[in-house]
Design a protein around this ligand. Structure first.
Ligand code: ADP
Ligand code: MG
Length: 486
């Protein structure tokens, strides 16, 4: 074997090992020496080995305890004022607004209860999605809330629901507002700071319930905002309506976050009344985890993304995990490999050099292509990202990069789940309700999480049920409005 061949073989073997570790399901064959070098470098940067997962879980536990003990910690551990899970017998019709980050939805939720047969509790829902433009996200807060009220009016008119006629009862609405808010009551709070690209003026420090209620008044809508709900809390509550083993609600969408059921005596900073249930749902705001950069395996790409983001030094974990950011991490890697000549023969494109031009949905599409020539990856790269010409190896590298970034996200999310499930001692039986397009649509996401859970907690991972809880945030807000209204 020549020196060059030996070099090639060694790197190909290293790359193959790393791939196996990351549970790659394809046999990518051999790489040219340049590609093998690039992939070995990326694999060591993006891999989250078992040992690292353990360190992250340990740090998570410490940070959760800090957040439960005192305000203004990295993990905010916000008491939600939701002290009861639904019984499954709740009934009635409620409105819900769900502002997630990418989508804004207006829903009408009808809770039908479990009925006398003891069947699974039924929920009927009518909903419509609206897009929040970048101008609204970054403009004046009053315009943003007026827009919400206008959407509600449109929804009500379309569905023949009366909301201006004093002869009809006031409508009751649950507001899912998925940004960190310190709450002082089930329908009162203050936005701590915007995340996920929102910067609308005059909202930080204010009560989103009041801002929404004021907008309804301006628009003469007889709608009462009965609850302020984080989407994680809504997802948890909505799923618990059907499955009482549900103790966690997770969002893996534009952003990422988690809520769970905590014992009130384990929340030292809680100085309110002790609820009869002895429990309180806590919104962890885990997107902020490790803002100090103690344990997360940050790459140079993550640092660039952070520096150029709307909120530098904030939401460090979220930036490695959630849908808003994965495509951008991918873009930064591909642009770098193009600039070093390791991809596309050194040719880039305007799309590739434009921040946030690659949506995470494109990574899903790339990972879903199992054709021999990666024909759909070619469509993505050449037609959508405007790379003039790609080789088969280019496309295999791009797919591998997507796998690395997508797998890292799932494994980090699993570490958070493991930390919470261990904390509440539910390793014997716990349902985790998960909402968000990333979890729902990204190929292998749930399996990658399960693999990581197994590495962290061993066989007990089989008792942790990760379930898709679609539309949980809207339904949950309605349920919480129902519980608050009762
Ligand atoms: P929200 O966070 O507003 O409630 P979603 O749960 O729909 O909304 O999440 C939107 C995020 O999910 C976006 O960042 C988008 O990039 C990502 N996303 C949408 N479709 C897909 C897909 N097919 N695969 C992976 N990510 C996706
Ligand atoms: Mg959502």
């Amino acid at each position: 074997m020549s020196a060059a061949e030996a070099f090639y073989a060694a790197h190909a073997a290293a790359a193959a090992d790393a791939r196996d570790d990351a549970h790659d399901d394809d046999d990518d064959g051999l790489w040219t020496p340049g590609a093998a070098r690039a992939l070995a470098r990326l694999e060591s940067a993006f891999r989250v080995p078992k040992q690292k997962l353990h360190e992250i879980v340990k740090h998570f536990a410490k940070e959760m305890d800090r957040g439960l003990a005192a305000p203004n910690q990295t993990l905010k551990m916000i008491p939600s004022f939701v002290v009861n899970l639904p019984k499954g017998s709740e009934t009635g019709t409620y409105l819900a607004l769900d502002l997630g980050g990418s989508n804004f939805r207006v829903c009408e939720v009808t809770l039908e209860g479990a009925g006398s047969s003891g069947a699974v509790s039924n929920v009927r829902m009518r909903q419509r999605k609206y897009v929040v433009s970048d101008d609204l996200k970054t403009g004046r807060g009053t315009d943003l809330f007026d827009f919400f009220a206008d959407c509600v009016r449109e929804f009500l008119v379309e569905n023949g629901i009366h909301a201006t006629d004093p002869a009809h009862n006031e409508l009751v609405l649950g507001f899912t507002f998925s940004f960190p808010c310190s709450q002082t009551a089930i329908n009162k709070g203050a936005l701590m700071h915007w995340t996920k690209g929102f910067t609308a003026s005059g909202v930080e420090g204010q009560d989103p319930v009041q801002l929404l209620q004021d907008a309804f008044h301006r628009k003469q809508l007889r709608v009462r905002v009965a609850s302020l709900v984080n989407d994680t809390v809504g997802t948890l509550v909505a799923h618990a309506y059907q499955d009482p083993s549900t103790h966690l609600g997770i969002i893996l969408g534009t952003g990422t976050n988690a809520a769970y059921v905590e014992r009130i005596d384990r929340i030292p900073k809680w100085d309110g009344p002790i609820p009869a249930s002895g429990k309180m749902i806590v919104n962890t705001e885990w997107g902020a985890f490790d803002q100090e950069g103690v344990v997360l395996p940050l790459t140079s790409y993550d640092s660039v993304l952070d520096r150029q983001s709307a909120h530098p030094h904030l939401q460090t974990y979220e930036k490695m995990v959630s849908g808003l950011y994965l495509g951008e991490v991918m873009r930064l890697v591909l642009a770098d490999l193009a600039s070093t000549g390791e991809l596309f023969r050194g040719v880039s494109s305007t799309v590739l050099t434009t921040p946030y031009s690659i949506d995470t949905a494109l990574m899903s599409r790339i990972e879903r292509d199992h054709s021999a020539e990666l024909a759909d990856v070619r469509v993505v790269l050449e037609d959508l990202i405007s790379i003039p010409k790609t080789s088969a190896e280019d496309r295999r590298i791009v797919k591998r990069v997507a796998e690395l970034i997508g797998t890292r996200s799932a494994r980090l999310a699993a570490a958070g789940v493991a930390a919470i499930v261990s904390k509440i001692n539910r390793l014997d039986d716990c349902t985790v309700a998960i909402d968000g397009s990333l979890f729902e649509h990204y190929p292998h996401y749930a399996n990658r999480m399960r693999d990581a859970l197994r590495e962290i907690v061993g066989i007990a991972a089989d008792n942790i049920l990760l379930v898709q809880a679609r539309d949980g945030s809207g339904q949950g807000a309605a349920l919480i409005a129902a519980l608050a209204d009762a």
